[in-house]
Structures are given as structure tokens and as C-alpha cells.
Design a protein around this ligand. Structure first.
Ligand code: ASP
Length: 305
């Protein structure tokens, strides 16, 4: 028995990006499934599924990540291993192709949980990871446009940026995540992102923080997407895992966690979940969540946006 679910962000998807988004989440889930089908681990499946989306410029992770206010790419990624509560993450990482692989290395090769900025960069160099420029021309053009609009709005402070994102939920499209359970019953969750457009340099999002953007326990795992500050304040993935510990299945946990966000701070949120019995679930409060899932019981993945 195995299951895997992936997401490609919670924001509005521009019509011209719909096809590429559907193809992207589908390729990612098939890549993860190929690992699980061959008896491979949920860790390898989650890493591969996320790497596929990090290489796809449609998504806001790895190549194609959004730019900070200063025009840089600073990426966050995390991986969580449910049975051991192990967690590895990087934040503010630049110039690498697969932040998710580096997050996994933090978990497997260090005694730490989260490496940031220059230290994370140095760790990548020590691990022999080559430099890679993740900035695409399309993102650079969007950055110029959004930045101008933002500045024209007579703003320079964060609440105005939040308002801009509410008005333009496409800002939140493209963070990627995967959650899987393997034949051994081990649940792993991972998330990777360029963060949010126009974020301040040094801003840490929810993705690399345990219980915010990414979490897994012996009862299940979850990866979230949305305005990171909201995920941090509500600990949405930890909440979903707690719901599973109390007996809810993956769908109940996903819906319950998003309801909890709605009933408190009401920030834009989406989540994917796998429980320790192999059920998958997903929920969002924006009407949009690019996702794909497949289980050992299914012939074909199911894909939706
Ligand atoms: N949660 C991400 C962040 O705030 C953004 C997203 O999900 O699109 O960094």
C-alpha cells in the first residue's frame, strides 16, 4: 500500500498557465509514484516529486521562484519524516537547483533542523552542490511590473503588500509540496518555495518551519501553501497532524485545519495531507489548489486545480 499527493500552490492560476500547471503536478505525482511502486521510500518519492516541480518554471520553487523586493531569489524548503519526527530545512537559500535535496541533507547529515542564508549556502558548497541560477526572464519581468504597481500604491510597508496579495491571489501560485506514505507505512512531507513576490530580503516564510508549512508525525503528514505569515500564526500542518492523532482521517484533518484558519485569522490557505492508513486529503479556502494524487488502489492519478 502506498499513496502520494502533491500540490502546486493555492493561488489563482492565470488561464494561460492552467495546462502547464496540470501537466506539472501530474508529472510530479507520477515521478513520486514510480519510486513508491518499486518499493522505494516515501523520502525518495517526496524528494523526487518536489524536484520535478522545482525544475518546472511554472512553479514558484527552484527555477522560476519569485523575486524579493530587491530582485533576488531566496528560497525555502523543508522535509519532515513522520516516524522519527526528524525535520530538515533551509531558508534564504540562493543559487541552487533543488532546495528540497539540501533540506533533506540538513535532516540526514547534520544535528540541526534549520540552516539559513550564508550558512546554508556554505553547507550546500560542502555537500558538493553546484551553483545554479533559478531566476527566469518571465519572473524578472513580473517582478518589475509588480514592484512598480506596489510602489505606485504609495506603500512601502508590509500590510499594503498583504492587501495587494489579497487582490491578486496569483501571487500565491506555485509553491510546491508533496506528502507520501510508502510500503513500510512511513509518512514523509516536503515543501519548497521561492516565498511570496516582493517579500523583504531576509523574510522567512512558513515552508521551512516545523508545524507551519511542513510537518509529519507517526499519524500522518501535511504540506501547506498560502500566505506564510498566516500559516506560522496558526501552525496549520501541526494542527492537521494533531487532528489525525485524535482519529480524523486525512480529508477530515485537511478540512479541519483550513476551517481552523478560517475561524481565526482567515488568511488564504491550502493543505495536502496523507494519514498513516494511506488516505489522502486536501482542502483550501481560495477555491484553487493545484494538486494531484495517486494511491496503490488507483490506476491513474487524479489531478485538479
Ligand atoms: N507559503 C508560501 C510563503 O509564504 C507562499 C505560497 O504558499 O505560495 O512563503
Amino acid at each position: 500500500m502506498y499513496s502520494i499527493i502533491v500540490h502546486g500552490g493555492v493561488g489563482r492560476i492565470p488561464p494561460e498557465k492552467e495546462e502547464a500547471t496540470i501537466a506539472g503536478v501530474r508529472s510530479a505525482v507520477l515521478a513520486g509514484q514510480s519510486v513508491l511502486k518499486g518499493g522505494g521510500s516515501s523520502m525518495d518519492a517526496v524528494e523526487l516529486a518536489i524536484s520535478v516541480m522545482e525544475d518546472d518554471p511554472t512553479f514558484n520553487a527552484g527555477t522560476g521562484s519569485v523575486l524579493t523586493f530587491d530582485g533576488e531569489v531566496e528560497m525555502d524548503a523543508a522535509m519532515a519524516h513522520g516516524p522519527t519526527l526528524s525535520f530538515g530545512a533551509v531558508t534564504g537559500i540562493r543559487n541552487i537547483r533543488h532546495p528540497i535535496a539540501l533540506a533533506r541533507m540538513v535532516m540526514e547529515k547534520t544535528d540541526h533542523v534549520l540552516l539559513q542564508g550564508a550558512g546554508a549556502q556554505e553547507f550546500a558548497r560542502m555537500m558538493g552542490i553546484p551553483a545554479h541560477n533559478p531566476v527566469t526572464e518571465e519572473r524578472r519581468m513580473q517582478w518589475r511590473d509588480y514592484r512598480e504597481r506596489f510602489l505606485r500604491g504609495d506603500a512601502g510597508d508590509w500590510p499594503k503588500l498583504r492587501a495587494l496579495m489579497r487582490e491578486h491571489p496569483e501571487f500565491l501560485h506555485g509553491t510546491v509540496g508533496a506528502v507520501a506514505i510508502d510500503e513500510q507505512g512511513e509518512v514523509v512531507a516536503g515543501t519548497s518555495t521561492g516565498g511570496v513576490f516582493l517579500k523583504l530580503l531576509g523574510r522567512v516564510g512558513d515552508t521551512p518551519l516545523p508545524g507551519a508549512g511542513t510537518y509529519a508525525t507517526g499519524f500522518g503528514g501535511a504540506s501547506s501553501t498560502g500566505i506564510g505569515e498566516g500559516m506560522m500564526r496558526t501552525l496549520i500542518t501541526k494542527t492537521a497532524c494533531d487532528f489525525m492523532r485524535l482519529g480524523l482521517d486525512a480529508q477530515g484533518a485537511a478540512s479541519g485545519a483550513v476551517s481552523m484558519v478560517d475561524n481565526t485569522i482567515g488568511t488564504q490557505a491550502g493543505i495536502i495531507v496523507v494519514d498513516c492508513r494511506g488516505s489522502v486529503g486536501f482542502a483550501n479556502n481560495t477555491g484553487r489548489l493545484a494538486h494531484a494524487y495517486v494511491t496503490s488502489e488507483m490506476d491513474e492519478p487524479r489531478v485538479g486545480i
